[in-house]
Every structure is written in C-alpha cells, then in structure tokens.
Write a protein that binds this ligand. Sequence first.
Ligand SMILES: [Zn+2]
Length: 138
Amino acid sequence: MSNYKCNHFAIHELVPESVFEARGEKAWELLDDRMLITLDRLRDRYGKMTINNWYWGGSREFSGLRVFGCPYFSPYSQHTFGRAADPVFAETTAEQVRQDFLNNPDDECFEYINSIELGVSWFHFDTRNCTRIKTYTP
Ligand SMILES: [Zn+2]
C-alpha cells in the first residue's frame, strides 16, 4: 500500500520531536507502511494504546522512529529504519498481545509482524526482512 497514513495516530506519535520539527507530515515517508497498517490493526483490536506522547507533555518520545543523536539510537535497530514500534496498551498487557500473536501469527492483525521482543513491558514488533517468527530478548 502506498502513501499509508494511520487512521488512529498522528505523525507526532510516531517520531521524535526533532524529526517532527524537521519534516512535519513528510515524516510519514520515513515509516514502513506495513508497520503503520499494523498499528491501526492493533488499535482496532486492543483499544487505546500509546506510542509517543511527548507532544502532550508525556515522557515517551522514542517508541517509534529513532534517528542518529536520539537516546536509544542504534545503527541497526529496526526503529532506525521505521519498521518498529513499542506500543503500550491501556486495556491489555504487552504479554497478552505477544501470546495472542504467537498463538495465532497468521491472524490478519499480525500479518506483517515478523519479529517481536520478549519479556518487556511494551510490545516491540517489527516488519524486518527475516524468517518468520524471530523472537529475541533485550
Ligand atoms: Zn522496540
């Protein structure tokens, strides 16, 4: 799908403040469409969820795209390529979502998730090019 923009999220929820200031709405072009589609599907299934909330004065700024100079920046992280996000859910836990995914990875909601991180309080997923399903621990 080309030119996909989330139904449920504004661009400032997906990039750091520095990127939002530099690119504005053009920052959508920095993010993988499969990752964006997955965020909307997760929101539709699991209800309210938070990625970045810096725009409203919250502390989360690096849970989507990360760029050089950011805290947590790592050159080969999937976050660097716009293919990863670390949502937290208001109405369920990351662990529940992980179990749902691992129990039913072919559900349409999870179609584009190829890798997840285990044992963390957020739901790291990414759309990396790998043999599905790759799991890892921090
Ligand atoms: Zn992550």
